[in-house]
Design a protein around this ligand. Structure first.
Ligand code: SF4
Length: 108
């Protein structure tokens, strides 16, 4: 094999490695940015429309069951340790793990 084809192969491998590293890092960067996002304003039109509360015990909506919280909703993007985390419904904002809104869907 010539030096030229070896260089092309090395260059291609380097490109693939850098691309793979970039793809792996992108979701982590997105999560880090989202976790620095501001908290949902309970008085915002969207929060009011969805009956969102930081403290689910304050929810009077009859749709809510006692065991429903943001932390066990499929839209909650945090871990079990997170007190606040991004929510897919409230784009760019964080919701409280102990919160709730009428969009709640059981985490599977
Ligand atoms: Fe909480 Fe789920 Fe509503 Fe988001 S969609 S605010 S995680 S209950």
């Amino acid at each position: 094999m010539s030096d030229e084809s070896n260089n092309a192969g090395a260059s291609r491998r380097r490109f693939l490695l850098v691309s793979a590293a970039g793809l792996a890092a992108a979701p982590m960067a997105r999560i880090a940015i989202a976790q620095n996002a501001e908290k949902v304003d309970e008085n915002s039109p969207q929060a009011k429309a969805l009956d969102y509360h930081h403290d689910a015990s304050k929810v009077t909506n009859p749709k809510r069951k006692k065991d429903q919280f943001c932390h066990n909703c499929s839209f909650f993007q945090g871990t079990a340790k997170d007190k606040w985390a991004p929510c897919a419904v409230f784009q760019g904002k964080q919701v409280a793990a102990g919160g709730w809104c009428s969009t709640w869907v059981a985490k599977t």
